[in-house]
Write a protein of this length. Sequence first.
Length: 320
Amino acid sequence: MSAVRRPTTIPHGETARRLEWPHLPPRIRALVEERCGSPVVDAESQGAGFTPGFASVLTCADGSRHFVKAASQKAQRLFAEAYREEARKLTALPADAPAPRLRWLHDTGHPEDWVVLGIEYVAARQPARPWRSEDLAACVAMTERMATTLTPPPEGLVVDEFATEFAEWPAYWDDVRREHAEEAAALAARFTEVTGGTTLVHTDVRDDNLLLAPDGRVLLCDWNWPVTGASWLDTLFLLIGPRGDGLDVDAVLADSPLTRDLDPEAIDIVLALVTGYFLRSADQPVPPTSPYMRDAQRWQGEVCWEWLCERRGWGFETGR
């Protein structure tokens, strides 16, 4: 079933409001230059995403390039913790996982200090928006390989199960008012029936977390909060953006070895789960450091809602 492209005014690739190189304390800039091995002569802030932490491609005087992320434990505690977790996960991932490598970490644990990550710089681009079929095919192939690589999860990496991490999501439908909401809530409540598994699942596979390299590699960024779950979940999450951009993602589901033999009800259950989250979250106050977050959540929520309604044979209404 071919979807109709859902218009959006979200400035993809320019959604973040981040700290930039001059905003870092002099001692942190000096630390970064020491770790990079050369003075920084240029810093290109990465505009994608929805968090305010420092994330820049740094070019040094010796010509080397580095991707560095940083957050203050005092002023940006939640983001510093997310970066700390990302470093832990990157360290544990096997060499053949589709992720940039962690080169170094500064994390003293002192409440006045910063968490700073030096991550492998990859000359790459993000998928074009609107999504193109060739980019989607490359990214789907990556999620298929990743499911094999990360089943079972890396030894020693302790993460929550999908059922634990997403336990509160079915109740989000209590705050969503639209026709068929009760049926959708009933589907979402069954999510533990279909999401269990022994695969390390990224859970946030979308265009701003993907890198397409010239050599054909596709890498996945922001490994902050992976969980263990069903091997097909990341492929489904990847398809939300392409569906909204008008691509025939049901054909992808029918073709991928991870989903083609899956009970269609399983797809509907997970779509109901994430739809409730997106629509409910979109009605929350707009974070001052992330002005486009609610717009992005609403767009994804409406895309998933239309998709679910089409799959279930429901007439649908959209929100504001």
